[in-house]
Design a protein around this ligand. Structure first.
Ligand code: NAD
Length: 332
């Protein structure tokens, strides 16, 4: 395949020759870098590994198109040469991680985004910001369309993440307006799949790890709160489709199929062949009661929608985590 020539994701652009991806060692970043490299794009990954799995870049590191630099992107991006795509994924993303690193989370949303936008502006590159459904907070409107302004507490326990992303969105919008930066915002909804850390505190890895380990599955609150879970390959395809488009507005990337947390726990238990009980524990403060994207804009403007069902995606995820449990059991 010709370098930088993409298949399937190309719309407005024929391909990216060289991309800089911050947070490229994380859950979404690894998958996104793998996809870019497979499409012939040279990738420079900037990551300080604060929430990355230690082995996340082992396979990617063997590819000559891929280079990882240990770098805190709140201090410098410093990449020489031509760049035609900048993807800013770096940020703590699980509530457990950003509770542990509140200031770092603010800085990477603020200063990290500013430096990424500077690099993209200077090189004339497309800039893709990984924002989040958390900008909608505990939403009062369902499903959430991009025009919904959200219900966010500026001082609540999740505020460092939500407000850092809201600031990052405002900054990307201001760079587009004042400096002509080719910036676009992806509002990513809950994504799951192989590659997550078992202990990162997010819903799916927590439940799968508990079920495979024969422990009770913990569900917060009554379990009737809903989530819309998108399989990682669908999310990454959405991000790359958005990057390749000429879209300039924020776009929701998520799976609109909404289900209760209790239902997810029962599915995980079934797929793991587990007989563990479900245990109800107190809900987290500010935990959203409903989450569901309206993806009409993604469908109409960039022709994207998710393809992998929750059962299929969850089966793949369980199989991936089961490999680690088997290795642990054999002391590998
Ligand atoms: P992750 O924690 O697995 O990956 C984040 C990566 O960023 C890690 O490798 C971490 O080491 C790196 N990082 C953090 N701070 C850094 C810094 N200052 N300098 C350099 N690297 C730094 O998270 P993820 O799930 O892959 O999420 C990636 C992005 O997508 C985040 O911006 C997150 O807010 C966004 N997002 C993810 C989801 C999801 O469900 N996974 C949903 C909404 C938004």
């Amino acid at each position: 395949m010709t370098r930088g020539t993409r298949q399937g994701e190309g719309r407005a652009r024929d391909g990216f020759a060289r991309a800089v991806v911050s947070g490229g060692a994380g859950f979404l970043g690894t998958r996104l870098c793998e996809r870019l490299v497979a499409l012939g794009t040279e990738v420079v990954c900037l990551d300080n590994f604060v929430t990355a799995r230690p082995d996340s870049l082992v396979e990617l590191g063997k590819d000559p198109l891929f280079r990882a630099v240990d770098r805190d992107v709140t201090t410098a991006w410093e990449v020489s040469g031509e760049v035609d795509l900048v993807v800013h994924l770096a940020s703590a993303a699980s509530p457990q991680d950003y509770a542990r690193m509140p200031l770092e989370t603010m800085w990477v949303g603020a200063q990290g985004t500013r430096l990424g936008l500077e690099l993209a502006t200077e090189r004339g590159a497309r800039f893709l910001l990984a924002s989040t459904s958390e900008v909608y907070g505990d939403p009062l409107q369902h499903p959430q369309g991009e025009d919904y302004r959200g219900n966010v507490s500026p001082t609540g326990p999740r505020s460092v993440y939500d407000e850092a992303k809201r600031y990052a969105e405002a900054l990307a919008t201001a760079y587009r307006k004042q400096r002509g930066t080719d910036a676009v915002i992806a509002r990513i909804f809950n994504t799951y799949g192989p590659g997550m850390r078992a202990d990162d505190g997010r819903l799916v890895p927590t439940l799968v790890d508990q079920a495979l380990g024969g422990r009770p599955l913990t569900v917060t609150g009554t379990g009737t709160q809903t989530r819309s879970l998108c399989y990682v390959d669908d999310t990454v395809r959405g991000l790359l489709t958005l990057a390749a488009s000429d879209c300039s507005e924020p776009v929701n990337i998520g799976n609109p199929w909404e289900c209760s947390v209790d239902w997810v726990a029962r599915l995980v238990r079934e797929l793991c062949g587990s007989s563990s009980p479900i245990e109800y524990v107190p809900a987290f403060a500010d935990d959203p009661r409903r989450r569901c994207p309206d993806i009409s804009r993604a469908v109409e403007n960039i022709g994207w929608n998710p393809e992998i069902s929750l059962r299929e995606g969850m089966s793949r995820t369980v199989a991936w985590f089961a490999g680690f449990h088997r290795a642990d059991a054999h002391g590998e």
